[in-house]
Design a protein around this ligand. Structure first.
Ligand SMILES: Nc1nc2c(ncn2[C@@H]2O[C@H](COP(=O)(O)OP(=O)(O)OP(=O)(O)O)[C@@H](O)[C@H]2O)c(=O)[nH]1
Ligand SMILES: [Mg+2]
Length: 201
């Protein structure tokens, strides 16, 4: 297990009222660990291990050739949203089918899921989308934009992923704090509106 440097206080602010559990899921190398590490105010906790030749047959590194590690269980981070009353607990979960036990553990009790994807290999997202849809949890799809990512219209993406019209679809850059926080806020808004709708029905 490795830890990255801390940048903020470890203690919850006194204004914290709403504790929200979110899961970030997606295919191999879409940027889950990067996003959790970018936004966390605590030391992020990751469970990355060096990839071995044994994974070469199942893990496609064509689009992330510099990648040498992969998350084998989870990432963890925490983010307090201004003005300070809502705290997001972020769990990064592998989305590949062989890690579905990790997904089951990490998604239990979650309020929402951010499905992160890379438009260069949309089909790698289907396993993660399938897990999320079967969970019934509210989710938002976030396209992580890499420098080499081609432009794809929202309509094409929605069509290819067969998204419900009410499922939010946002663009983000997992290396950028503001952009990553905006994607998480889109998810929180969606989860809140769905819970209000459910409460009203
Ligand atoms: N340019 C760019 N590179 C990114 C971005 N997000 C991730 N990367 C790079 O892509 C590679 C994979 O990112 P990770 O965060 O490890 O991806 P992951 O989804 O956690 O990968 P696994 O845990 O192995 O499934 C790393 O080399 C990152 O630096 C991004 O938004 N822009
Ligand atoms: Mg990872």
């Amino acid at each position: 297990m490795t830890e990255s440097p801390s940048s903020s206080p470890a203690y919850l602010s006194e204004e914290a009222r709403y504790l929200v559990k979110l899961v970030v899921v997606g295919g191999l190398g879409v940027g889950k660990t990067t996003m959790v590490t970018t936004v966390t105010e605590l030391r992020s906790v990751t469970t990355d291990e060096v990839m071995t030749v044994a994974s070469a047959a199942v893990d496609n590194l064509q689009f992330t050739p510099q990648k040498t590690t992969t998350t084998v269980f989870m990432d963890f981070g925490r983010l307090t949203l201004p003005p300070g009353d809502m705290v997001l607990y972020l769990f990064g979960s592998p989305g590949q089918d062989r890690f579905k036990d990790a997904w089951q553990d990490l998604s239990t009790g979650a309020h929402g899921v951010l499905v992160l994807l890379d438009v260069r290999r949309l089909d790698d997202s289907f396993a993660a989308l399938d897990l999320v849809e079967r969970s019934g949890l509210p989710y938002c799809v976030a396209v992580n934009q890499f420098p080499e990512s081609p432009e794809v219209s929202e309509e094409t993406l929605r069509d290819h992923l067969d998204l419900h019209p009410t499922t939010p679809l946002v663009l983000c850059n997992a290396l950028d704090f503001r952009s990553s926080v905006d994607a998480l806020i889109a998810l929180v808004r969606h989860a809140l509106s769905r819970s209000r709708l459910e409460a009203a029905s």
